[in-house]
Write a protein that binds this ligand. Structure first.
Ligand SMILES: [Zn+2]
Length: 488
């Protein structure tokens, strides 16, 4: 239950070593849809996204390209901004971990942990994976290679600062069990609770600067930089004023309902490390973390080597922003793992948007035109008509409030099919013109039903449905042709 009038909704910040792909687009679109929806519900919303820009991998890539790391970050963070603009994503703030404001906040956060006695120095010897930018634990090694990068880690010994994770694990676990920090969906919650049964160790929150130069310096030790993951997680609070503007921070963190959206691969950092550090720093926990599943593309893992990475900009070029948004979010339930079949996009576009929604709007407009229907003032539908669709309406709101975008979409589209059936059943064109009252009632019902669909789908398909809304308000029912069929 979202029990506050203010909502902070975040995506993970994306690593600038990557280019935006549909995995990033999926999470960001979900956040955008929710932000738009909650605004229509009268909530005050802050939608935060951005880019993660520190770490030796970025410094290495920049060097290979003959650029400074900052230059590479500037260029690549721009790619994300462009992709979000193309997809009509309306975030409130785009944060970058190389922003001065963020760097200051990260330093302050680590100082705060130190003041609370939650960090200590320790000599550490272990197997370090440059790809992961961390020391690997035995479960992360297969035949001596990093599980994620299939690369041989280096044996390294160094002094680091460590966070006393162990001291906070019980509290984090309890917060998750009693839903003070709600982990959704249930499978993700179970996965997190399973992690507490493993022997979770304190973790290092700094690196020796000679190894990771491109990072934020530890303010009380100029030979160390802050571990990129700590740096990245702090974005959720630095962007809204932590360490900089106490009033704003209180408004958007303490007095807000905080929702983090994230992928399963970064669950441990968000559901264990981040809450533990917040507790240590005396900062409130986020209220909810929603974890979406892994993607496959045409049943294969998305990867550059396989060449199956889908560029969201290309989808926009082909289908337009509204349709691209719909196509991405309607593939599989939000929260489950799923497979995207690129070849099916065209078919889905034609059947659900061109023939489904687009055709219903066209058909309704044609009838309103034919009978010269006056939409002013908008009249309410008959009770009988409304009752037919109550179930879908209730389901829709229930799903949206529970962040179940896939099912919410399904309900909205079921409604379009129901209204199509209503037209076919009533056949207003077969009613003699002297029964104009009967015809009028049908048209009023139709317009009311269509208006509902517009409200339901506007967060997903904002531009085109905004146009429909305007047309309805102006009583202009001329041809609209929202989703032209794609012909091969
Ligand atoms: Zn690795």
């Amino acid at each position: 239950m979202i029990n506050k009038n203010r909502i902070l909704i975040t995506t993970p910040i994306y690593y600038v070593n990557d280019k935006p792909h549909i995995g990033h687009a999926y999470t960001t679109l979900a956040a955008d849809v929710l932000a738009r929806f909650f605004r229509t519900q009268g909530k005050e919303v802050f939608f935060l996204t951005g880019t993660d820009e520190h770490g030796s991998k970025i410094a290495e890539s920049a060097e290979k390209m003959g650029k400074s790391p900052k230059q590479l970050c500037n260029e690549n963070s721009q790619l994300y901004k462009e992709a979000w603009r193309n997809l009509n994503v309306k975030y409130d703030y785009f944060t970058r971990t190389t922003d001065k404001k963020h760097e200051k906040a990260v330093k302050k956060f680590v100082e705060q942990l130190k003041e609370k006695g939650a960090i200590y120095e320790r000599n550490y010897e272990g197997l370090y994976c440059i790809g992961c930018e961390k020391f690997l634990i035995s479960q992360e090694l297969i035949n001596g290679l990093c599980l994620y990068h299939k690369a041989k880690p280096q044996k390294i010994s160094e002094k680091n600062y460590f966070f006393q994770l162990k001291n906070y694990l019980k509290k984090v676990e309890k917060a998750i069990i009693n839903n003070k920090l709600e982990i959704q969906p249930f499978s993700a919650k179970q996965e997190v609770l399973g992690l507490f049964k493993q022997n979770l160790d304190d973790f290092s929150i700094s690196r020796q600067k000679e190894r990771v130069k491109w990072g934020i310096e530890v303010s009380f030790d100029n030979e160390q930089t802050i571990y990129v993951w700590i740096d990245a997680l702090v974005n959720y609070i630095s962007a809204i004023g932590y360490g900089n503007n106490i009033k704003e921070f209180k408004k958007w963190w303490d007095d807000s309902y905080v929702i983090h959206l994230l992928g399963r691969d970064i669950l441990k950092f968000h559901a264990i490390y981040w809450p533990a550090m917040l507790i240590a720093g005396g900062i409130k926990l986020p209220d909810r973390e929603f974890i979406h599943g892994f993607f496959t593309i045409n049943n294969q893992k998305m990867s550059k080597t396989l060449g199956n990475v889908i560029d969201p900009n290309k989808l926009v070029d082909k289908f337009g922003a509204d349709a691209a948004r719909y196509l991405l979010l309607s593939q599989f339930p939000f929260g489950s793992d799923g497979n995207i079949q690129e070849a099916k996009f065209e078919e889905q576009y034609n059947s659900n948007l061109a023939n489904g929604l687009g055709n219903l709007i066209e058909r309704t407009f044609a009838l309103l035109r034919k009978y010269n229907y006056k939409a002013h003032p908008l009249k309410s539908a008959t009770k009988e008509f409304e009752n037919n669709f109550k179930k879908h309406e209730e389901e829709y709101y229930y799903c949206m409030n529970n962040l179940d975008l896939f099912k919410a979409l399904e309900n909205a589209f079921s409604l379009t099919r129901e209204i199509d059936k209503y037209i076919n059943k009533k056949k207003p064109w077969s009613i003699p013109l002297d029964k104009s009252k009967e015809i009028n009632t049908i048209l009023t019902n139709l317009l009311s039903g269509l208006s509902k669909i517009v409200v339901f789908l506007e967060p997903f398909i904002p531009s085109k449905l905004d146009l429909v809304k305007k047309r309805i308000n102006e009583g202009d029912f001329s041809k609209i042709n929202l989703f032209p069929r794609i012909v091969k």
